[in-house]
Structure formats: structure tokens, C-alpha cells
Write a protein that binds this ligand. Structure first.
Ligand code: FES
Ligand code: FES
Length: 146
């Protein structure tokens, strides 16, 4: 076992992992209990597992837990305390989700694009996440005002 300290949503978490190469996604969900971040493909394609690492969107299925040590990780649970992040407000106003499975990844990708200074259509063209329910039109509407 390897002991690691990860800073997630502003709090340090001590975790023991079987391997330092354990994906960050499994650490977040199985060891820390933050299940808002979803597993979709596991091969860096769907974006359901997107979190922010030092403010940038990253696919947590493709990050080794050990490489996240010393970085600030933000999950959907830490995006805001009260759904007041601009992306969350836009999602609610536009009633974006259907089943919801992909939506935390969509929101984190949008938050990362905002952090990078993107707005409106530039956000929509940057997000490559997959939504099996096909909420792409409503996502476009939601980000249009950001
Ligand atoms: S689960 Fe990570 S990109 Fe699909
Ligand atoms: S809302 Fe169902 S997969 Fe996107």
C-alpha cells in the first residue's frame, strides 16, 4: 500500500492506495466517497470523469493518484456550496440534464473553460464530452450566456 495526501475541494485527504498508479477517479469515488464524478469509458474519451486540477479540466480516469499529489483537485461537489457557480446557474435556468450521468463532467469542463477565459460559443466548441441522452443543444443554450 502507498499512502498519499490529496487536496480535494480545499481539504486534505489521506488515502492508502494499492498502487500509486491507481486512477484518481477510483480514489475520488471509492476511497474519498465523492461519487459525483462518474465513470463512463475509462479510456479518456467520454469526459464523464472530468474534474479540475489546478483549475484546468482533466479526465480523472487518466490521471494517476500519485501525480495529483500537491495539486488542487476540484470535483462537482466542490464547485460551489450552493449551486451558485455561473455554470450551475445556467444549467438550472436551461434545465439541461436528462438522466444526468454525464452532467457533472459537462459542468466541470465548462468551469474549466471559464477559468481559461472562454465564453459563449467558444466554451461549447471546446467541450468534447459525450452525452448519451443528447443534451448538446441545451448545453449550447446554457453556455451561450456565459
Ligand atoms: S471515464 Fe474518463 S473519459 Fe470516460
Ligand atoms: S444527460 Fe444522460 S448522458 Fe447526458
Amino acid at each position: 500500500m502507498t499512502n498519499l495526501t490529496l487536496n480535494v475541494n480545499g481539504q486534505n485527504h489521506q488515502v492508502s492506495v494499492n498502487s500509486p498508479e491507481m486512477p484518481l477517479l477510483w480514489v475520488l469515488r471509492d476511497l474519498i466517497g465523492l461519487t459525483g464524478t462518474k465513470y463512463g469509458c475509462g479510456i479518456e474519451v467520454c469526459g464523464a470523469c472530468t474534474v479540475l486540477v489546478n483549475g484546468r479540466p482533466e479526465k480523472s480516469c487518466d490521471i494517476n493518484a500519485s501525480s495529483a499529489v500537491g495539486k488542487k483537485i476540484t470535483t462537482i461537489e466542490g464547485l460551489s456550496a450552493d449551486r451558485s457557480h455561473p455554470a450551475q446557474k445556467a444549467w438550472i435556468a436551461n434545465q439541461v440534464p436528462q438522466c444526468g450521468y454525464c452532467q457533472s463532467g459537462m459542468l466541470m469542463a465548462t468551469a474549466g473553460a471559464l477559468n481559461a477565459g472562454r465564453h459563449g460559443a467558444a466554451i461549447a466548441s471546446e467541450i468534447k464530452n459525450i452525452c448519451v441522452c443528447g443534451t448538446y443543444q441545451r448545453i449550447k443554450q446554457a453556455v451561450a450566456g456565459l
